[in-house]
Design a protein around this ligand. Structure first.
Ligand code: GLY
Length: 369
């Protein structure tokens, strides 16, 4: 199975190729990545993906491909990594028409894309996401970034990859924790989609997985959901590539304001990004109920699917640790997505989601957490 989707994000075109495996031959690989690998290219990966990157790119003959492994983890999403990538690109002799290839999860893809967007004012970019989360969210739509001064993605650019290759084979060694993070983003996208079919099909998959010991899914089970998520996100970003419109791209932040604030409040590594987003989605439902926007049966179905995937939806994180609760509230209230001094929250509606502006009921809800 292999499906190709094309998107137009402002002045950029992005192709997304969703397939089962990545060919190991020069011509097969060049075709799939959409780049002529007889010119130099830089593959950026991390400790977790370097052996796979060498397996795929190392077998190409007589081609100047440099593989740069970064240390793994969120802590490397900084200027130093960008400088390292740019300096290796220069040493490898990359020109503006040559390719940066991000081969890894969200951190690797965000850093590679940021570096590519600044190299000689914009080089070519291919992303090969290796985690479910990155396949369904980070790699699509052109947000790049690094963390700065304790704030996630404070510095970044909009720079969509020309080609994105999503291959199910890369998920075969994905740890359970990473599966869970990706599932949280899938649930998010299914809630945002105005067509209820995505959410209902995800409910059916949830029932199947519930009877198993593992949440790792087979390619034929997960690929249709990856395709749906890519299409939903792709269409939203096509309509608002730079997050400027009301109820535009910002709807993709469902669960993220609460989730990011929780991540800031807890010790690093306590919860994954996906777990924080899942918790944030549950809080968005509570807020939506409070505001009379989220119908009670929809809120119930959303919290049930989150619980079925064993995501925490209670306030135990905050109630057991009052200091964390204080940091959480401060982080939430200083959310960088503030516009004209007001916070905005995405809450589930009857179909899809809506964005609401801060008001006294929202402030009271935040203080009740
Ligand atoms: N992850 C949200 C966005 O790409 O807009």
């Amino acid at each position: 199975m292999s499906n190709l989707f094309h998107f137009h994000f402002g002045s950029y075109s992005s192709s997304v190729n969703i397939c089962e495996t990545i060919p190991r031959s020069d011509s097969g690989l060049s075709g799939l990545l959409g780049c002529d690998l007889s010119t130099p290219a830089l593959v950026v990966c991390d400790e977790n993906t370097v052996s796979l990157a060498r397996d795929i790119f190392g077998s190409l003959e007589g081609i100047r491909i440099e593989v740069l492994p970064l240390p793994a983890g969120e802590k490397i999403k900084n200027w130093l990594s960008i400088e390292k990538i740019l300096c290796i690109a220069k040493k490898t002799g990359l020109c503006r028409d040559d390719h940066f290839i991000g081969f890894g999860g969200g951190v690797v893809c965000d850093c590679t894309a940021f570096a590519a967007s600044t190299y000689m004012r914009g080089a070519k970019l291919v992303l090969v996401p290796t985690t479910l989360l990155c396949m369904v969210d980070a790699a699509i739509g052109g947000k790049t970034g690094i963390n700065l001064d304790g704030i996630k993605n404070l510095a970044g650019t909009f720079f969509p990859a020309g080609n994105i290759v999503i291959a199910a084979e890369l998920l075969s060694t994905l740890p359970q924790k990473e599966w869970k993070s990706g599932i949280a983003e899938l649930i998010k996208t299914a809630i945002i989609d105005k067509e209820p079919a995505f959410f209902n099909e995800l409910l059916q998959l949830t029932a199947i997985v519930h009877q198993r010991q593992t949440i790792a899914l087979q390619p034929n089970e997960i690929l249709p959901f990856i395709e749906k998520a890519v299409l939903v996100k792709g269409r939203i970003v096509e309509n608002d590539p730079n997050e400027k419109c009301e109820n535009g791209r910002a709807v993709l932040n469902l669960g993220h304001s609460f989730g990011h604030a929780l991540e800031s409040a807890l010790r690093p590594g306590t919860i994954s990004h996906g777990e924080a987003v899942a918790w944030g989605i549950a809080k968005s439902c509570e807020l939506g109920l409070e505001l009379g926007i989220t119908p009670p049966d929809r809120a119930k179905a959303i919290v049930e699917i989150l619980n079925a995937w064993c995501f925490e939806t209670s306030n135990d994180f905050l109630q057991k640790n009052r200091n964390a609760a204080k940091i959480f509230r401060e982080a939430l209230l200083s959310d960088k997505k503030k516009k004209a001094g007001k916070l905005h929250f995405v809450v589930p509606a009857d179909r899809g989601v809506v964005i609401v502006e801060e008001n006294s009921r929202i402030t009271n809800y935040i203080h009740s957490l």
